[in-house]
Design a protein around this ligand. Structure first.
Ligand code: FEO
Length: 171
């Protein structure tokens, strides 16, 4: 069984991952409404990634015979001023999530919970990738910002992203 303090923090992070999925789905719907289908695809894949993160917490809690506690999910933002503003939001959001994961690692260490600390290492590495991929897309959009052709090219590029479930060994 997990310690109460750890369980509460894991359930809170599970909720934060679901919120991330919700936020990116909202961004996907926003791009669909502006006919940027490639951008919408990128966000839909991102939402799938977040659901996968959610399920990792879900499975981990259950694996320890503890109780998953689902909480209400906050309503995400639904409108943005520009494509650039959306991706600036993504980058900022991922930096915030990195902070949450780091706080969780600190808690697990302070509670001498080595298993949870070990479990969270996957997320520590994942957050490096999450921030890098958000920043890469953000930089592409910044470069394309003042040219309609540029935005079209980025849209085509972001349309190629596909969701790849993590390899068994990474889980
Ligand atoms: Fe689940 Fe994008 O961090």
């Amino acid at each position: 069984m997990l310690k109460d303090k750890i369980l509460k923090a894991l359930n809170t992070q599970l909720n934060a991952e679901l919120y991330s999925a919700y936020l990116y789905l909202s961004m996907s719907a926003f791009f669909e409404s502006t006919n940027l289908r490639g951008f919408a695809n990128w966000m839909k894949v991102q939402a799938q990634e977040e659901y996968m993160h959610t399920m990792k917490f879900y499975d981990y809690i259950l694996e320890y015979g503890s109780k998953v506690q689902l909480m209400p999910i906050d309503g995400p933002q639904t409108e943005w001023d520009s494509s650039l503003a959306v991706f600036e939001h993504v980058y900022k959001h991922e930096q915030k999530v990195t902070g949450l994961i780091n706080d969780l690692v600190d808690l697990a260490r302070s509670e001498n919970d080595h298993e949870t600390s070990n479990f969270l290492q996957w997320f520590v590495n994942e957050q490096v990738e999450e921030e890098a991929s958000a920043d890469a897309a953000l930089q592409k959009i910044k470069r394309a910002e003042n040219s309609p052709d540029g935005l079209f090219t980025v849209d085509k590029d972001l349309g190629k992203r596909v969701f790849t479930p993590p390899a068994q060994s990474k889980e």
